[in-house]
Design a protein around this ligand. Structure first.
Ligand SMILES: Nc1ncnc2c1ncn2[C@@H]1O[C@H](COP(=O)(O)OP(=O)(O)O)[C@@H](O)[C@H]1O
Ligand SMILES: [Mg+2]
Length: 235
């Protein structure tokens, strides 16, 4: 579905990503885990077109999209839920959700999709008319995911959905992501919260200092001694 091949990228002369190869397979939840500063968000910027790689290719549904601008990637079905959520704080929750349906593929089914977002997050139906800036971190994350869903994506790309959210809501958010994946949506998620992310994943990649250092099915990664020490603080 979505593949990175030999991606090298960085910022103004600083190379961050080195020869990144990864694949998000259709209908699966793939997670990219790694410590702060590893290059996870940078990888997602290469995927959604906000950062152009200096080497390698981005392939989506068999097509090379490396040079395609960000808005066109969204129109093709790549929906991003960015780091820090980036909502419009003065717009209501529903106003933010509706903004996600601006593309032709989202617009046609906007009312139906909105209803399904409210079914997924009933709490948002109650909070529909509240300004996004007044919502809790967890509710804002629900809006950000809902907004991405409003574009009727083929793949949902999430950057640290658990960041800045109360622990109780973190499991809820992960459950909803798992529910979406069970409904057939392809998911690619970046997380520092390795343990919870791997629990809902079909496949995982571990990134360190701009490189993929390990990959495998979640149970194998959860078993790895090094990973346990590095990420779960288990001696
Ligand atoms: N806009 C930017 N300009 C310059 N350097 C950046 C920028 N964004 C991130 N970096 C650097 O790139 C590296 C990887 O960052 P990032 O991809 O955000 O890591 P992660 O998401 O894994 O925490 C870090 O060293 C960070 O300082
Ligand atoms: Mg990040």
């Amino acid at each position: 579905m979505l593949r990175l091949e030999g991606i090298t990228a960085g910022y103004e002369g600083t190379r961050v990503l080195r020869d990144i190869g990864l694949e998000a397979k259709e209908g699966m939840a793939t997670v990219l885990i790694g410590p702060n500063g590893a290059g996870k968000s940078t990888t997602l910027k290469v995927i959604n077109g906000l950062l152009h790689p200096t080497g390698g290719r981005v392939v989506f549904q068999g097509n090379d999209i490396t040079k395609i601008p960000a808005h066109e990637r969204a129109a093709r079905g790549i929906a991003s839920c960015p780091e820090g959520r980036r909502l419009f704080p003065l717009l209501t929750a529903e106003g933010n959700l509706r903004l996600g349906a601006y593309s032709p593929r989202g617009r046609a089914a906007a009312e139906e999709t909105l209803a399904s977002v409210y079914d997924l997050f009933p709490r948002l139906r109650e909070r529909a008319n509240v300004k996004a800036g007044r919502l809790s971190g967890g509710e804002q994350q629900m809006v950000a995911i809902g907004r991405a869903l409003m574009s009727k994506p083929t793949i949902l790309v999430l950057d640290e959905p658990s960041l800045g959210i109360a622990p109780k809501l973190v499991s809820e958010i992960f459950e909803k992501i798992q529910q979406l994946r069970k409904g057939g949506l392809t998911v690619l998620m970046v997380e520092q919260n390795a343990y919870q992310a791997l629990r809902i994943a079909d496949f995982g990649y571990v990134m360190q200092e701009g490189r993929i250092v390990m990959d495998g099915p979640p149970d194998r990664l959860l078993d790895l001694e090094d990973l346990r020490k590095a990420y779960f603080a288990i001696p």
